[in-house]
Write a protein that binds this ligand. Sequence first.
Ligand SMILES: *[C@@H]1O[C@H](CO)[C@@H](O)[C@H](O)[C@H]1NC(C)=O
Length: 204
Amino acid sequence: MYVKLVSIFIVAIFGVCLGEFVETPDKLYFASKEALNWTEAKKACEEAGLELVSLLNENDKAVLESFLKEYKLAPQDAWTGYWLAGIRHPDGKFYWDTTGTKVGEGLSDWLVGEPSNAYFKEHCIELKQGFNQMGWNDYFCVEARKYLCQVPRAEGPRGEGLRDYSFLAEENRLNERPSYRVPMPFDNGIIYLDASEIFNVKPF
Ligand SMILES: *[C@@H]1O[C@H](CO)[C@@H](O)[C@H](O)[C@H]1NC(C)=O
């Protein structure tokens, strides 16, 4: 009985102290402690009165990275990235979901070889550790990742947002057939893409 009460007490104390996010001293950026798929991460930020992080310029990048380094929250390997606000729309271009602006206009921070859109199903941007630096990678939105929220941006054009995010929830079907053929000698090195697979959704 005593042990049980003590453990309830400990859980209660830590539950309150830890909170759901690690935050910057100026309470601008927030790093989640849980991992969610992209749409759930978006929802979790919004429920906290925040929005997923958008990186519009070098300053945004510098402030966020110094926060992650200071609190030892920087992604350590390929599997500990964070969801950002960027997604690939059915027009094939990446937009920051929160501002409606195109990704890459004021800052382009893709890791080498990215965005690769593997299996034509990597529509969400994660902040990931590359060989030497942090940068962006497109990844499967259905996968669970920790996520970064920020105080909602007051300035800048705001996108209307997508009305339908369901295409993000496509399974990645890694074990099924790939969407491309490996180039064969008789293909003259050309990779044949099946365009119908790029977006298996209706246009808006
Ligand atoms: C995330 O999970 C929710 C709840 O299971 C689901 O409704 C949604 O479609 C998922 N989104 C993605 C991008 O997988």
